[in-house]
Design a protein around this ligand. Sequence first.
Ligand SMILES: N[C@@H](CCC(=O)N[C@@H](CS)C(=O)NCC(=O)O)C(=O)O
Length: 204
Amino acid sequence: MYRVYGDIRSGNFYKVKLLMHHLDTPHEWVKVDVLTGETKTPEHLARNPNGRIPVLELPTGQFLWESNAILNYLAKGTEYLPEDRWLHATVLQWQFFEQNSHEPFIAGARFVAKFLGLPDELRADFESKQEKGKRALEVMEQQLSRTDYLVGDALTIADISFYAYTHIADEGGFDLAGFPAIRRWIGRVSSHPRHLGMADAAAG
Ligand SMILES: N[C@@H](CCC(=O)N[C@@H](CS)C(=O)NCC(=O)O)C(=O)O
């Protein structure tokens, strides 16, 4: 059985829980608190030398870290990761963009606002994250005003990667009112019959 290490307040961890729910993957969840230093203990650093969650432990005892690598591992051979060369590369394109240009700003602003209480010394950093985060939302909006999902014509792990922090972007100060295609896509992803909300994921 798989073991996943993480904290459900993290969208990066929620991505993994969400895909596992879609795939009905049996697993054990080991809670690692992101706010109290549990990610930096020798025990956790042995799982991920970068001292972060999520981490997936395979039945073989191997540890895999980086949320989007975990999604690719779990989704291989399923409908959530197209085999077609172009579509597969397009999934990766979006996932690299997510980690490079979306998550650092959307999740970063949420962390500063929700978990650090937006202290004065981080106000400038928070504002610069707003600008860059909006730019990433504009790129998503462009795509989603043309297609129902980010890649192909069905939900893939590209959507799961982006859903994690986009649906709670308001917690980082982002107003999705000006992004109608993103709001419709959020409705589409969250009404999938295999969806699991973040709050429900927290329960187990
Ligand atoms: N690029 C990584 C980011 C992981 C990450 O930033 N994890 C955060 C929670 S969202 C964490 O572990 N924070 C605690 C720490 O840095 O000590 C991924 O996608 O898995």
